[in-house]
Every structure is written in C-alpha cells, then in structure tokens.
Design a protein around this ligand. Structure first.
Ligand SMILES: Nc1ncnc2c1ncn2[C@@H]1O[C@H](COP(=O)(O)OP(=O)(O)OP(=O)(O)O)[C@@H](O)[C@H]1O
Length: 350
C-alpha cells in the first residue's frame, strides 16, 4: 500500500478515486486512457510584444493528442495571443509554433482547414439562417460536412429558421461550435468558449469537449474559469504575465501536489526538508505553509520535536490554490464547485 502519512491514513489511489467520485456526471476523466505526450501542437520559445507590453515571453508547450488541454490564466495573461499565433492570425516576434506538423505562420490556411476554431467573439454572417451559413461554410470541406452540421444543429436545438442576427448569445455560440466541428477536426481550439453563456449551454459545451477527447480528438481551450478547467481538462498550462509557469496533467496535479502547513516550536526554527519542489512558501512566525509539486509519495513526513515541528498537516490543494501558488495571485472566477481538498496526512506532537 502506498501510504503517505505518518499516522497510517489513506493511500493515494483511494484519494484519487474519492476525488473522481465528487465529479459531475458528465466528467469522463476516468474513462479516458492516459495519453502519452505526442505534440499535436508544438510551441517553441515563442515571444510576442505589443509596444511596451510583453504578451508572450519565451513560451514553450507540447499538447498531446487526445487530450483536453487548458490554457489557464487571468485577463491579459497571453492566452488569446498564443491562440492567434497558433491559428496564423498573428506572427510571433521570435520562436516557432506548429500544428499537426505544419508551421503556423507559413501554412495557416492549411491548418485552419484541418482544425476547428471558435474565437472569443465568433464572427458569423448575421443575415443567414443556420442551414444557409452551414451550406456556405461547407464549400471549404468534404461532403460529410453538411450532414454532420445538421446533426449538431439538431442536437444543440438551434432554431433552424432563425437568422443569426436574431439569435441569443448561446444560440450563436452553438452555431459557431457546430461550424467548427462538423468536419470532425483532429484539433479544436476554443478561446473562452463558455464566457457569457448560461449554465445549460456551458454544460453542453463542456460535455462536447470531453466527448471529443474521449474519441481521440484534441481540444485546446483557453479559460479563466478554474472550476470548468478542473472538471474537463486532462492537462493544464498556467500562464501568467506572458509566461508559462506550470504545465502538468490534472492527474499528476492531484497525485503529486500537496499543501503542507506546520506549526514550529518557535519563529526562528529553520524549515525542515520537504519531499518535492516548493511552489510557494508562507512564513508567518511559527506558522509555515508550503505548496509543493513533484511530491514524492515515498517521502512520508516524519517530522517531530527534533525538527522543531510541533504539528503539521498535509492536504491536496484545489486547482485554484495551485494557481495562486504558481502565479502569485488569485484568478477572478466564480467559486470552484470542485472544492474537494482532502486531508491525507497530519501529525500532532505535544
Ligand atoms: N493587438 C494588441 N495590441 C496591443 N496590445 C495587445 C494586443 N493584443 C493583446 N495585447 C496585450 O497583450 C497582453 C495579452 O493579451 P491577451 O489577449 O493575449 O490575454 P488573454 O490571456 O487572452 O486575456 P483575456 O482572458 O482577458 O482574454 C495584454 O496585456 C493585452 O493588452
């Protein structure tokens, strides 16, 4: 048994299944295979500056096939700039990016034909109805496009006779998603896809992303909704001030990230060694708090009076707590519904 703690509490495997059981019904993390990094998207040392603003600073990323990969960052972090570079709408100042082996700057048309892309404010022909716009866009794709598009429009319950200009934001978003996915792209890129949508429509969007990944497709999604990312993403890249601060699979985050809090004997005691990499440290007199990644399961804490530790406690952080530790500030979002911090380790000394 792979126990972490000093008092014989739950092993990591149990903890992972407990976490999964708190997930909403549409979450299919457990059903999906572990995908090895393959690099359907490759970003190498990309930088982009707008006058005095550094939008991207030496960003490198690999997005494995068959995953929902989330770019998580606060407003202005650089998410849209990265997506615009990937889709060829913007050129990097330096570095290189490729999708499905095609250079994003040189082969943007080829890339756009192969992928699906929904921007944060999709531009649709206002005077057209859903069938008309579908017919128009189908000219760029094979004959399978129209039947799949019809299916999606029906599934999303979009009113077929209503012109785009008379549609609600959610209905327009559904049309945009149907247009972006009817050619069954290997890669779907979504920039803030659920922003401004009502909960039902958001849920449908999230479900469809998870379904796509389950079918082996890849979804790159930009978001500052931590709770949504936590529910649907397989991997997350935390972006702050144009820099990628952390890239990790959600599984690894849960298994190998911990918060350790300790009360020391006195304020001057040196912090003891920790089995992992410290993301953040809070030192407030006798109270210490560390957010740690690369937590080594074998590295049980055996702290005691000899270490100057009076008592300590180990728990699994929420994604938001990891984000704050990594990026140094909270992300503006509604409270996470996936607040499932669990105690996995504590020890008390008289
Ligand atoms: N065309 C532009 N001209 C000048 N500055 C820009 C331009 N595009 C982006 N920026 C700046 O680059 C930085 C990154 O912007 P970006 O839109 O990529 O962030 P974001 O993470 O997508 O934010 P949000 O979540 O608010 O959409 C911001 O400071 C932004 O003001």
């Amino acid at each position: 048994m792979n126990e972490l703690d000093s008092v014989g509490r739950e092993p990591t495997t149990r903890e992972a299944s407990d976490i999964a059981s708190n997930r909403p019904a549409y979450d299919s993390h457990q059903a999906r295979p572990n995908v090895e990094p393959g690099g359907i998207i490759q970003v190498d040392r990309v930088s982009k500056r707008f006058r005095n603003t550094v939008a991207l600073d030496n960003v490198s990323l690999r997005v494995p096939a068959g995953t929902v990969f989330a770019l998580l960052g606060e407003n202005g972090a650089g998410k849209t700039t990265l997506i615009r570079i990937l889709t060829g709408f913007q050129k990097p100042d330096s570095g290189a990016a490729s999708i499905l082996g095609h250079d994003c700057g040189q082969h943007s048309e080829e890339i756009r034909r192969k992928i699906g892309y929904v921007s944060d404010s999709p531009a649709l022909y206002e005077w057209m109805t859903p069938p008309e716009i579908g017919w128009f866009v189908s000219a760029f794709y094979d004959e399978g496009f129209i039947p799949r598009y019809r299916e999606l429009i029906e599934e999303f319950q979009v009113p077929p006779a209503t012109k785009i200009k008379s549609m609600s934001k959610g209905q327009r978003a559904k049309v945009a998603l149907a247009l972006a996915t009817a050619h069954d792209p290997e890669l779907l890129i979504l920039d803030e896809p659920t922003s401004g949508l009502d909960p039902m429509v958001r849920r449908q969007f999230l479900e469809s992303m998870v379904d796509r990944a389950a079918a082996g497709r890849t979804v790159l999604l930009s978001s500052h909704h931590i709770n949504e990312v936590e529910r649907v993403a397989d991997m997350v890249a935390m972006i702050h001030g144009g820099q990628v601060k952390l890239v990790q699979s959600m599984n690894d985050l849960k298994l190998h990230t911990r918060i350790v809090t300790a009360t020391m004997d006195d304020a001057h005691v040196e912090s003891p060694d920790l089995p992992g990499r410290v993301l953040s440290e809070m030192n407030n007199g006798r109270q210490r708090r560390w957010v740690i990644t690369d937590w080594n399961d074998a590295g049980e804490l055996h702290w005691g009076p000899d270490d100057g530790v009076r008592q300590f406690h180990v728990s699994v952080p929420t994604l938001e707590e990891v984000f704050i530790a990594v990026c140094g500030q909270p992300i503006r979002d509604e409270p996470s519904v996936f607040d499932r911090r669990q105690e996995v380790n504590d020890g008390h000394f008289a």
